[in-house]
Ligand binder design. Structure first.
Ligand code: NDP
Length: 450
């Protein structure tokens, strides 16, 4: 927070006082305040209505006990959350995360980011986020089901197709969404689009599974097109090996790029030959079916190296796609990337870049797209799933993919419109924050002091 203007540091100080011990939330607020406060200074109506401070306060937060019985008949207890951040432009929308690191600060940061991201998608979606400190890793399917049923028993009181529509996130994939949906239907005796990311046989949308990773690479392609460049032949570092990473790699391969890394919480794989379609299928089966560790990649592909202690950001690459988790790209790694000639960072995860690393990238004026812009394809396609559910129809794969591409194009254009400086450099962080803010702020002002 060292280089903040007085207005920004006063504002951040006030919010921080009200939210002690919430570092992730304050990191997200600070990043937004830095770009929005100078904008508000020039647009008095937002200042007079105190919109930004209102946006920093969730409309509602639920925190609840989730008891469940494990396979050894022991009674376990976890904590469940749902943060309903902002419903100015539509029902709350945002994923559920099951991971031991989940706490109120993490979910408030994610819900806050979600408000801006959902606004950018051009769809009528408010912002929310939820989850639990439950760790699905190492649990049997039956344990995960009992946990999901208990979690939904409470959550179901607070959500609904026109109120709040959760989706997946870290640790919540197709299996968990299925269990959660089954319990909601049982409790409410209605078949409704109350969750997105559903299976295709019960109301899911084609391309939803792929959407975040595909959308990320579509966004990177928009940046390339705007700069007379292309992804063809570019060496790319990708972190994570879950949903976002897998489909980012799939699209990078399709566009002729060469992804050379993947990772998980156990370490990083560097494959100098590049990850091709066959290797990607191995990763998908390993992570989605066998629920194994990424180190097994190096056992199968001998040219690849597994490193327990280094991140993908130490490899010489053209572009970096952080797709694992928050704060996984610190300043030191940012410097290494730039020193090695990396020309762009496209966030697939939410806030994977630390505050210091983000400032460094912007100073260096390399391409940098914040997750709220470049990973918005996932929630956008969730919005498309809601539209299909409401109309009781299913669009074709091509139709959903086309809409996803158009949404990513429009997000990119919005960022350029609001983020281009006098020297022509596009500050995508500033562009995404202002574009996302304006729509929500206008709706809040129109609705009165609510
Ligand atoms: P998954 O659970 O499918 O995969 C997460 C990946 O990140 C796994 O490889 C996991 O490794 C790794 N990871 C998680 N925590 C850590 C950690 N502390 N250190 C190192 N690696 C870690 O999640 P998603 O792919 O869905 O989500 C990834 C990111 O993308 C998150 O930030 C999420 O919020 C964001 N996102 C996801 C969207 C979606 O549609 N799924 C939409 C928009 C954003 P391991 O297997 O060891 O846990």
């Amino acid at each position: 927070m060292s280089n903040l203007s007085k207005d920004v540091s006063d504002f951040v100080g006030k919010i921080s006082k009200r939210n002690p011990h919430e570092p992730e939330f304050m990191q997200a607020v600070t990043e937004v305040a830095e770009t929005i406060i100078p904008f508000i200074e020039d647009h008095k109506k937002y200042k007079d209505a105190n919109v930004l401070e209102r946006m920093c306060e969730p409309e509602r937060v639920m925190m609840f006990r989730v008891p469940w019985v494990d396979d050894q008949n022991n009674v376990q207890v976890n904590r469940g959350f749902r943060v309903q951040m902002n419903s100015a432009i539509g029902p709350y929308k945002g994923g559920l995360r099951f991971h031991p690191t989940v706490n109120l600060s993490v979910l408030k940061f994610l819900a806050f980011e979600q408000v801006f991201k959902n606004s950018l998608t051009t769809l009528p979606l408010g912002g929310g986020k939820g989850g639990s400190d439950f760790d699905p890793k190492g649990k049997s399917d039956a344990e995960v089901m009992r946990f999901c049923q208990s979690f939904m028993t409470e959550l179901s009181k607070h959500i609904g197709g026109y109120t709040d529509v959760p989706a997946g996130d870290i640790g919540v994939g197709a299996r968990e969404i299925g269990f959660l949906f089954g319990q909601y239907k049982r409790l409410n005796n209605e078949f409704t689009g109350v969750l997105t990311g559903k299976g295709l046989s019960y109301g899911g949308s084609l391309i939803r599974t792929e959407a975040t990773g595909y959308g990320l690479v579509y966004f990177a392609k928009e940046v390339m097109d705007a700069n007379d460049d292309s992804l063809e032949g570019k060496v790319c570092a990708v972190s994570g090996s879950g949903n976002v990473a897998q489909y980012a790699i799939e699209k990078l391969i399709e566009f002729g790029a060469k992804p050379v890394t993947v990772s998980d919480s156990g370490g990083c794989i560097y494959d100098p030959d590049g990850i091709d379609t066959e290797k990607l299928e191995f990763i998908k089966e390993l992570k989605n079916e066998k629920r194994g560790r990424i180190s097994e990649y190096a056992d199968k592909y001998k040219a690849a190296e597994f490193h327990k202690d280094i991140t993908p950001w130490n490899i010489k690459v053209d572009f970096a796609f952080p797709c694992a988790t928050q704060n996984e790209l610190p300043l030191e790694d940012a410097k290494t990337l730039v020193k090695n000639g990396c020309k762009g960072v496209f966030e697939g995860a939410n806030m994977p870049t630390t505050e210091e690393a983000l400032s460094y990238f912007r100073e260096q004026k390399i391409f940098f797209s914040p997750g709220k812009a470049s990973n918005a394809g996932g929630v956008a396609t969730s919005g498309l799933e809601m539209s299909q559910n409401a109309q009781r129809i299913s669009w074709t794969r091509d139709e959903v993919d086309y809409r996803l591409k158009m949404i990513m194009r429009s997000i990119h254009k919005n960022c350029v419109d609001y983020g281009t400086g006098s020297d022509g450099y596009v500050d995508y962080v500033k562009g995404a924050n202002i574009a996302g803010f304006v729509k929500v702020a206008d709706a809040m002002i129109a609705q009165g002091v609510v």
